[in-house]
Design a protein around this ligand. Structure first.
Ligand code: PMP
Length: 448
């Protein structure tokens, strides 16, 4: 089969996610036949580095022998089971291990099957906790400008990416927005830390003013991903934890994108030494093999729902594929790799290579900022370096970059004009240099 055959069949029956389908009249789909490690291969044998980890999910490369084997083995005994009223070994073992490795105090795991669903669980649980305490007026949420938490209506309501959100605004719950602490907005010469502290003042004011009606604050710790890989200093999280405690408001940490080592520590919250009231995990949890998500919370919150059935205070939320055994087995294999292969340490070296390989880009006349947090590196293309003025979005410079990168054998899918590397952890230093080279060429072409 040729690339063109599968593309033609696709375009007559599919509707792709996050896509203006008309684009595919001129921009070909990328048809992939197989994957191995960081490499994807199309139907005609051309290879591409998966530099975005297939939407940030893949941790250890495609077709990883150890994860493949774990799923195969599980397949022989139990493929799926209803998790209400039933249980199975993979979900119990995974929960034990998650409780063990996440920030201390998180003791209960509630499963769902994708990131947005986990965010819905956390929002509902937070509201419901206060409701069970007789505080039903605590029903609003605070979120960050430029944040992203998924596409379902609750998750969309606490997000702030205009392209995804604006048209649905009439359907969404009213959320309070605090300014982004991301250092890319800092004044000239102002440090990321100073800026985060300054931005926190408005968050603190919102909490002080609305504490009575607030259920929770939700944030993406350290990196605002879909909003453009915007990074901020951990002091913001420490201040937020303190303030949430002070005002009796929950803190929801959405580590769906940043969890499992992306930011340089297993979980981003570790860098601020905080424990959130709810920790949402998904994506990398199964190394990008199968859909799974989980919300971890503490015993106090769990106990607020633990009651006689007739009081109807339980958390009656469910998804059919909650805690799927195959997915849990993939997650356990993922945690085994972390435990045995010194991943976080090795990533430190790769992160260093990413930094060194992109040094040359910093002085590019159309690069506003190169920023990095662990294994995430972002390059912001701008029209004017001095003023950081952006290109008009209608020019779709990121798309030009994307097309060039594909030609050169890299799947690099910018967020607007922000190019980023978020590769599987099995990428080699040579491959990182290759990406940097492609990025430099691509930026020249996209901004030329
Ligand atoms: N939260 C964050 C921080 C995310 O990056 C994403 C996905 N990009 C989600 C939530 C939603 O996850 P899903 O796409 O699995 O619904």
């Amino acid at each position: 089969m040729l690339n063109s055959d599968i593309i033609q069949r696709d375009l007559s029956v599919l509707w792709h996610p996050c896509t203006q389908m008309k684009d595919h009249e001129t921009i070909p789909l990328l048809p992939i036949r197989r994957g191995e490690g960081v490499w994807l291969e199309d139907f005609e044998g051309k290879r591409y580095i998966d530099a975005v980890s297939s939407w940030w999910v893949n941790l250890f490369g495609h077709a990883h022998p150890r994860i493949n084997a774990a799923i195969r083995e599980q397949l022989e005994s139990l493929e799926h089971l209803i998790l209400a009223g039933c249980t199975h070994e993979p979900v119990v073992a995974l929960s034990e291990r998650l409780v063990d490795i996440t920030p201390s105090g998180l003791s209960r795991c509630f499963y769902a099957d994708n990131g947005s669903a986990a965010v819905e669980v956390a929002l509902k649980m937070s509201f419901h906790y206060w409701h069970n305490q007789g505080l039903s007026r605590k029903k609003r949420f605070v979120a960050l400008q430029k944040g992203y938490h998924g596409e379902t209506l609750g998750a969309l309501a606490v997000g702030d990416v205009a392209l995804y959100k604006n048209v649905y605004a009439p359907l969404l719950i009213d959320t309070l927005m605090a300014p982004s602490p991301a250092g890319c907005y800092a004044a000239d010469g102002e440090s990321y830390e100073a800026f985060a502290r300054r931005q926190f003042e408005e968050m603190a004011a919102l909490l002080a003013q609305h504490a009575d009606e607030l259920a929770a604050v939700i944030v993406e710790p350290l990196v605002q991903g879909a909003g453009g890989m915007r990074m901020y200093h951990p002091v913001y999280l420490s201040l937020l934890r303190e303030a949430c405690d002070h005002y009796n408001v929950h803190l929801i940490a959405d580590e769906i994108a940043v969890g499992f080592g992306r930011t340089g520590t297993l979980f981003a919250c570790e860098q601020a030494q905080i424990t959130p009231d709810f920790l949402c995990l998904s994506k990398g949890i199964t190394s990008g093999y199968l859909p799974l998500s989980v919300v971890l919370t503490n015993e106090e919150i769990y106990q607020a729902f633990y009651d006689d059935y007739l009081n109807l205070s339980g958390f009656f939320h469910s998804h059919s594929y909650t805690g799927n055994p195959l997915a849990c087995r993939a997650a356990l294999a993922t945690l085994d790799i972390f435990a045995e292969e010194n991943v976080i340490e090795k990533n430190r070296e790769l992160a260093q290579v990413m930094d060194e390989a992109t040094r040359g880009l910093r002085d590019h006349p159309h690069v506003g900022e190169v920023r990095q947090q662990g294994m995430i590196l972002a390059i912001e293309m701008v029209k004017n370096k001095g003023s950081r003025e952006a290109y008009p979005w209608q020019e779709r410079r990121g798309l030009r970059f994307y097309q060039h990168a594909l030609k050169r054998g890299a799947l690099l899918r910018p967020l607007g004009d922000v190019i980023y590397f978020m590769p599987p952890y099995v990428i080699t230093p040579e491959e990182i240099h290759q990406l940097a080279e492609i990025a430099l060429e691509g930026i020249d072409i996209a901004t030329g």
